[in-house]
Design a protein around this ligand. Structure first.
Ligand SMILES: [Zn+2]
Length: 281
């Protein structure tokens, strides 16, 4: 159990993460190798050159930076970024951009893409993003980064190249497809997201909000505000197959040190090595 240092990247099995997350203040976590970020907070320098932005919901601490990122990209003549978001957020963000364009007397180019649960966005030949439902006070989505591998069907292994090509040309499927969930990112949500899709608990890395980590705030309080309490995650730890469970969106009432102490006291020893606290300040 440890906390990633603010401003430092965190890496597991070749997957790199960089960013900050603190409840009500800021949440933006980038995966630079994929040129993407989950949420954009107020629009930080590390996100300005990324290409794809997956927004979980419309609260300002998660998406206030959208107009800023659009304007910064325009200023250095970068192609406009792609912003993916729950469908109901598209029109309000268009309105915000419209007003800002009037204020600045400048026309911006940008792409807002409406998403619903289970929609998939291709990132490259072997990776795609898939949205899953989360439960918050406003429309919200979580996202899973999947790795897709294709392998020749075992029963076809002895065939020659021309034979395989002939088979393929005849319309036969010659490969098996394997989809592995690498990273699931929740944004703000109640614990119910965990059972909303079967792959979430199997993600290699689960990045999950845990706003409250001690008993001064109750599970009921967390639910009332659409959040998750560590007391709801702990009984599910045996269920969660992830190699790493990254806690984000800590309440600003805790210092990092206080949060680590509270987590150390609560999380059973067998799971402590899997749990990481992501920094927010
Ligand atoms: Zn929120």
């Amino acid at each position: 159990l440890f906390s990633v240092q603010a401003g430092a990247p965190w890496e597991h099995d070749g997957l790199k993460f960089f960013g900050l997350s603190l409840s009500g203040i800021r949440t933006s976590i980038a995966m630079p190798e994929f040129s993407l970020a989950f949420d954009v907070a107020q629009g930080y320098p590390f996100a300005l050159n990324l290409k794809k932005f997956f927004l979980t919901h419309g609260h300002l601490d998660h998406v206030a930076g959208v107009p800023y990122i659009i304007s910064q990209k325009a200023m250095v003549s970068q192609p406009p970024g792609d912003f993916y978001m729950p469908s109901s957020l598209v029109e309000p963000l268009h309105q915000i951009m419209k007003i800002w364009m009037e204020v600045e007397k400048h026309e911006y180019k940008y792409q807002f893409h409406p998403l619903g649960a289970d929609d998939e966005i291709e990132l490259n030949q072997s990776h795609y993003m898939k949205a899953f439902p989360t439960v918050h006070r406003i429309d919200s989505l979580g996202y899973t980064l999947f790795n897709r591998r294709k392998k020749l069907k075992p029963e076809l292994r002895g065939l020659s190249e021309p034979q395989l090509k002939a088979l393929k040309d005849s319309g036969a499927e010659i490969q098996d497809t394997f989809d592995a969930p690498l990273v699931s990112f929740t944004g703000d949500t109640q614990i119910e997201f965990l059972d909303s899709r079967p792959w979430i608990k199997k993600s290699k890395i689960l990045i999950v909000e845990a706003t409250y980590v001690d008993d001064k705030k109750s599970v009921e309080h967390a639910k009332k505000w659409g959040h998750t309490h560590i007391n709801e995650i702990i009984p599910r730890l045996n269920d969660i197959e992830s190699e790493k469970i990254v806690l984000i969106h800590l309440s600003s009432r805790y210092s990092t040190q206080q949060a680590l102490q509270a987590l150390q006291a609560k999380i059973p020893a067998a799971h402590r090595e899997r749990v990481i606290l992501f920094p927010g300040r």
